[in-house]
Structure formats: structure tokens, C-alpha cells
Ligand binder design. Sequence first.
Ligand code: 13P
Length: 265
Amino acid sequence: MSRLPKLYIGTNTKMYKTIADTVAFLTELGRNTRDLSRDCMELFVIPSFTALDRVAPIARQHEITLGAQNMCWEDRGQFTGEISPLMLREVGVGIVEIGHSERRHCFGETDDMQNKKILCALRHGFTALLCIGETGPQKERGTADEVLRMQLKNGLAGVAPSQAKNVWIAYEPVWAIGVSGVPATKEYAAQRHQVIRKALIELWGEEAGGGVPVLYGGSVNGQNATELIQMPCIDGLFIGRSAWDPDNFAQIIRAVLREGAYCHS
Ligand code: 13P
């Protein structure tokens, strides 16, 4: 069971939902979770950039934190195709997702790039959600823990303990993500979460490092969500496909709140 008082649960809609889709999704999700106290959970949705401005009032109304799927490390300049922290601030984004496996593996983003984005996100007052995870071959070679420690320590270089309260980590093994992914067993996920927690404490000390939420992501669904959340060191869930239907997502949220014995109405 997580040591943190709140459940962290959210979804990244990747490159799937249009503005109209996102409006419908957030409206329905808000309606389906209206009775659940936000004191017990941090509910977040990370939609496409184009939907952010339109859905910000809906998210605010339902106390759903909005996130962005990526961000440039510069405020402005000659960076065609990038999105600035100032632009994200303007539309009311609270979280910036950094280093998702698809950014690393489809678009060649490196730990150094993630580090620049993390420092920039923190400078601008966002919550920085750093995603880390080993590939299938790295798992087979037994180097998963080394990979996770490298991604964490390089990605978070230069972040002070006082800034740790604005950092969340998502552990998303690359082999577990998406349609061809196989969900991690609860034991495997819990072991990796312990490695991550230890590295965070090495970086920032017991108090600051111990308070950083570490979420699991990768083929989370209605069947495995509750057993994952019962494991020590798993503080939340970051869900793709199974969350994109608002009824399904709300059912998972309710089940997880119940199993995790978070306060709920
Ligand atoms: P899936 O739940 O679809 O495997 O995606 C997880 C993910 O990438 C969340 O960011």
C-alpha cells in the first residue's frame, strides 16, 4: 500500500482524441466522478495540445488537473513545431509530462533533453511528470534497475530537494505499453518501484524523496488495477487505453479507491 495519503490517477490520451472527443470525455468523466472527494485523489487528464484551451474550464469545474504531453525547454525562439511553457501556462495546464516512452523511442528524446525540460517545467511552476522505463531487451538482460536509475538521476540532475514536491514519476516499462504490451506483474512492478523510491531518497533525502508520487503505467486495466495499487510503493496509476472510455475509467477509479482504502464517499 502506498505511504502517500492521496491516490494519483490519470490518463494520457496520446494522439487519439480530437477537441470534440476530449470535451465529451472530460464532461462524462467529471459527471461520473462528481461524488468522489478530490481530497483523496489527484485526478488528471493529459489530452492533445489542440484540446487544452477548450477543455480547461470543464476540467476546472470537475477538479481534474490538466496536463500537456510534451514541452520545449525554451520559453520562446526559433523552435518550429515546439510548444512553449508560456503557451501552456496561458491555457491553464498544471502538469507537464516529460519523457514518455513514445517521445524517447519514436522521437529520439534523450535523458539530457528530459533534464532540460524538467528544469524548465519546475522553473515555470508546473508539476513535472517524468516517465521512465526499461525496454524489453533491457529487462531480458537484467539491466532494468540500472536503466531506471540512470533515467532518474540524469533526468532529475540539478533539481533541488525543495523542488521535489513538484515532481511525479511514472514507471512505464516500454514492453508493457500499448496494444502489443504485456502488463507487468504486481510483484515485478513493486520491485521496480522500490528501486525508484530508493534512488529518489538518494537524490533528495528521506523526507523529500519519500514524498514523490511514483505511478505505474503500462496496460493497466479493470482486472489488474486493484492488485497493482495494493503493492507497496505504487502510489498511483497512469492509464492509456483502458481509461479512454469515461465509464470504464470511472469504474477503475472507484475500484482502486476502495481497494487502496483511500477516503472516499
Ligand atoms: P496503455 O495503458 O495503453 O498501455 O498506455 C500506457 C501509457 O502509455 C500511459 O502514458
